[in-house]
Write a protein of this length. Structure first.
Length: 199
């Protein structure tokens, strides 16, 4: 389920179906758009077409303040790459590049606001990411997950955060969904859920 900022403001959403087997003629046709644009309040209609999709999305486990801060910090640091040379070499017009700082800050806040994960039952996982002012919600059955990885740097270990990477079968290959700066225990719960076999 995909929403840009504009669609969020208008209460609209689009729904795609990721094909596990390559039923499409071309390699780039592994995504089937089920509902190009529908009202967000009617998203439960997806359950009529795909029975395992829940009629209502649950409340997700979100990032902590520390995780949100790191996404905002990273966005600002990335924006400094073009800002510093522009300010240095293109004075006085280069000062206009400082407008990128608040935009980067808002992008980082948006990403942190919409990152989350939730196990629905023994067989379903919901992942949500926010990037480039677009919110993606992925609902995936356990049987379609190829691998689950927890990535953690030394600095993340000190504050109990990690990146959760879920590789999903996608056509003849895979698609990785990464929820960044999750609390470590939340990621471990998902990892243990993936490793546990249920009848």
């Amino acid at each position: 389920m995909r929403q840009t900022v504009l669609r969020q403001l208008l209460g609209l959403i689009s729904v795609q179906l990721v094909l596990v087997s390559s039923a499409a003629k071309e390699e780039d046709q592994d995504n089937l758009v089920m509902l190009p644009v529908i009202d967000q309040s009617r998203v439960a209609i997806v359950n009529q077409f795909v029975s395992w999709v829940p009629a209502k999305l649950p409340a997700l486990t979100r990032l902590t303040v520390a995780g949100k801060y790191r996404l905002m910090r990273n966005a600002v640091l990335l924006s400094l790459i073009p800002i510093i040379p522009l300010v240095y070499w293109l004075r006085p017009w280069g000062w206009l590049s400082l407008l990128l700082l608040p935009i980067a800050l808002i992008m980082g806040w948006y990403a942190g606001r919409y990152m989350g994960v939730k196990r629905l039952d023994h067989q379903l996982l919901v992942l949500q990411t926010g990037h480039h002012f677009q919110r993606d919600t992925t609902i995936v059955p356990k049987r379609c997950i190829q691998s689950v990885t927890i990535e953690q740097t030394y600095w993340m270990r000190r504050v109990g955060l990690c990146h959760l990477q879920v590789n999903i079968r996608h056509g003849d290959g895979k698609e990785m969904v990464e929820v960044r700066y999750l609390p470590l225990q939340t990621a471990k719960d998902v990892y243990q859920w993936y490793r546990t076999k249920y009848n």
